[in-house]
Ligand binder design. Structure first.
Ligand SMILES: [Zn+2]
Length: 544
């Protein structure tokens, strides 16, 4: 910890030598722009976008259409130029959705004998990379531990084992650090190898037939209900079928995995310990899995809303603000009969802030670089709108200097600090520090590095673009030290639930602060000729 902190300080000092901030704009102009970020307007955006009328804004639905029409109109009012297709604010994102209709349970068999059957939704959820009406999967199970092949950590769960055509049973997350190797997979920090998306990607590269992930609250960081809601009923993907497409992509509960392990004379904890040991190698479980499922497939377009302010000096270079407007739409009723996933915090709040930042840019003198505002679709389905944007961007990825992502803002009140998730990975930190200081706020070190993989900034980072995800600070004005953990903890039960609804008593001050910081840092980045760099050794830098 100490060592890492010192390294960070050294790096930060180094960055200061490279980058000397120059105020290229008149302060008065910036103050006027900042003054346009107003709480009444943010409240209106937030209330409007999370209204029941928007039906939870699922990609390709009437709710999304209403939302994007509103967002485009507000972008226009802010003085942005359309940056979508055919002179519009809209970029169609071709998507497909598959809704599973299982023909029966998922069965585990050994020598023709059924060991265990799992019930859909209760015990497991499943999907597929394919676009097929029926997928009957049978295959031998291979336990692959964490399913990681990471040369940089000299860790390969697959070494010497051919898993082609097999169903891989894998934990999510990455192996915990040990006293001997405290830096293994960056200690408590979730590396990209720990992400469930990585497990699928590695399985495709290895030619596997399918992947059955083991969910635990600890390794996933969220309860199984989150998966049931976001993937259980209907899974959305970009239309292109990935190379090495997996027939079966599933998750089972810890309890289901435990029942399977018990049938094999073991238990989940033992599996976890085994997977965590250096030198672990994938091993067949001697069990066959069978699952037969019909899929109702649809094709439709999600919609990204793109607006821009053309750069005055270097229009070919851009910075991108992003916020996803999609949420989970309409589902089954909860205990109160509510079927609408309003997504007020997640992420009407982020779009509301982005629209406020857009308005501020509209009120400021034109920046040197082009500033793009991307309200993206299908984030909840796996950052798909952002991924598509990066493939078809307004300014090419290599000319895109930075991404500032706004997702689930501060609805808890006036904060004394702010967190830039991922800022610690690149020179963005310098700009964040400066912007926060101008707002009388401090920058608290990122306490949740794994969060960097869980919103749209990841799509930008993977394309080599330095990115930051604005996160709420920990210390609040006139509040006890534990205020945030209590308030955020209390709201946490509404994460991806029908209860994430706008509450008129929410203070807007925290959202105003975040919008002001986001504007300030973006305005600085848009008015320098400096090309922001990733920190040395940062994996995303290799792409650039
Ligand atoms: Zn979400």
């Amino acid at each position: 910890m100490q060592f890492r902190f010192l390294r960070f300080v050294a790096l930060f000092v180094g960055v200061l030598f490279i980058y000397r901030p120059v105020l290229v704009y008149s302060q008065g102009n910036v103050e006027a722009a900042l003054a346009s970020i107003d709480s009444v307007l943010i409240r209106t955006h937030l209330a409007t976008l999370s209204d029941d009328r928007m039906e939870g804004r699922a990609p390709g639905t009437r709710g999304e259409q209403l939302a994007v029409a509103y967002i485009a109109e507000e972008m226009k009012k802010a003085g942005l130029k359309p940056a979508g297709e055919n002179g519009t604010f809209f970029q169609a994102v071709p998507l497909r959705a598959a809704s599973p209709r299982p023909r029966g349970p998922l069965a585990f068999r050994r020598s023709g004998e059924t060991l265990l059957e799992l019930a859909y939704m209760n015990d497991f959820i499943a999907g597929t990379d394919l676009e097929s009406e029926r997928v009957s999967t049978t295959g031998e199970l291979v336990f692959v531990g964490f399913g990681i092949d990471a040369p940089d950590y000299n860790w390969n769960d697959f070494e010497g084992v051919d898993v082609s055509g097999k169903i891989l049973v894998s934990f999510v997350n990455d192996p915990p650090a040990t006293p001997e190797e405290p830096g293994l997979f960056q200690g408590d920090t979730l590396t990209y190898y720990g992400r469930w998306t990585y497990k699928y990607e590695e399985a495709r590269r290895k030619g596997a037939r399918g992947v059955l992930l083991i969910h635990t609250d600890e390794t996933a960081g969220y309860p199984f209900s989150v998966l049931q809601n976001s993937m259980g009923y209907r899974q959305i993907q970009l239309v292109d079928v990935p190379e090495g497409a997996l027939e079966f992509t599933g998750w089972m509960t810890r309890d289901a995995a435990q029942r399977l392990a018990e049938q094999l004379g073991s238990n989940v904890e033992e599996w976890y310990q085994e997977a965590s040991r250096r030198g672990f190698r994938a091993r067949p479980l001697g069990v066959e899995m069978a699952f037969d499922v019909d899929y109702v497939n649809e094709r439709f377009d999600g919609i990204n809303v793109l607006g821009k302010i053309e750069g005055r000096v270097r229009p070919e270079e851009g910075i991108v603000y992003s916020a996803h407007h999609d949420h989970l739409g309409v589902g089954l009723p909860d205990s109160t009969g509510d079927r609408i996933y309003n997504g007020a915090l997640d992420n009407a709040s982020g779009v509301a802030m982005m629209l406020a930042v857009a308005k501020a840019f509209g009120a400021a003198s034109a920046p040197e670089r082009t500033v793009i505002f991307a309200s993206v679709t299908a984030e909840e389905s796996g950052l798909l709108g952002a991924e598509y944007y990066v493939r078809k961007p307004v300014t090419p990825a290599e000319k895109t200097i930075a991404n500032i992502n706004l997702d689930s803002g501060n609805i808890f009140g006036t904060a004394k600090d702010i967190i830039g998730n991922g800022a610690e990975r690149s020179e963005i930190m310098t700009y964040l520090q400066e912007a926060a200081a101008a707002e009388g706020m401090t920058v608290t070190p990122n306490t949740n590095p794994g969060g960097f993989y869980r919103s749209d900034q990841l799509a930008f980072a993977r394309a080599g673009i330095p990115a930051v995800y604005i996160n709420t600070g920990r210390s609040f004005l006139n509040q006890p030290d534990d205020y945030f953990s209590k308030a955020a903890g209390a709201y946490g039960r509404f994460y991806h639930q029908q209860g994430d609804e706008f509450d008129p008593t929410w203070p807007m001050s925290g959202l105003v602060q975040q919008a002001r910081v986001a504007f300030r840092m973006g305005y600085q980045i848009a008015n320098t000729d400096h090309i922001l760099q990733w920190n040395p050794g940062e994996a995303f830098g290799a792409v650039r």
